[in-house]
Write a protein that binds this ligand. Structure first.
Ligand SMILES: [Zn+2]
Ligand SMILES: [Zn+2]
Length: 169
């Protein structure tokens, strides 16, 4: 079972849509928790961002035997990077993604729910893949490839490559 929890005001419709697509891609049941998480404990007033690893640790404490994916509306960072799209625990149980920099509006483009949902799926598959023990993939069209820029994320497909899928199964 994969559980999804909203962090800092993500629309329920976004989470429900993601859950359906994650369940289909990973062939595992996926449900959305009705109560979200307030991320204020992880806020860094100097950076104006939220500490990804602190939220991830919090999620791990809430996983309760399931895999738990947090979907945050707020901007995430780890100290060595300007920002992160997400973070995960290699071998599980917790994963975290942020929609903040996945929105076309962040890049000065018009809002587009389809684009956002596709990017959110790919980034979620990436971080969830880490919880299953997958490492980064050399195939740029695979969700497990690294992505440090939104263009790289957009080049990815919405399904794991054969090699990564083989490791999952
Ligand atoms: Zn990664
Ligand atoms: Zn791959």
């Amino acid at each position: 079972m994969i559980q999804i929890v909203g962090i800092g005001g993500v629309a329920m419709g976004t989470l429900d849509g993601l859950a359906a697509r994650v369940a289909r891609d990973l062939r595992e049941s996926c449900r959305v928790r009705t109560v979200g998480i307030d991320p204020e404990f992880a806020f860094d007033p100097t950076r104006g961002q939220y500490h990804s690893t602190a939220i991830l640790r919090h999620l791990a404490g809430l996983a309760a035997g399931d895999r738990l994916l947090g979907v945050a509306a707020v901007d995430l960072y780890v100290p060595i990077f300007t920002f992160v799209y997400g973070e995960a625990q290699l071998g599980g149980p917790a994963a975290l993604v942020s929609t903040h920099r996945l929105r076309p509006e962040f890049y000065g483009e018009a809002a587009n729910g389809t684009v956002l949902a596709g990017r959110l799926l790919k980034e979620s598959l990436h971080e969830l893949g880490h919880t299953y023990g997958l490492r980064h993939c050399q195939d740029w069209s695979c969700p497990m490839a690294t992505s440090t820029a939104i263009e790289r994320l957009d080049w990815k497909g919405e399904h794991y490559c054969d090699a990564c899928w083989g490791q999952l199964a």
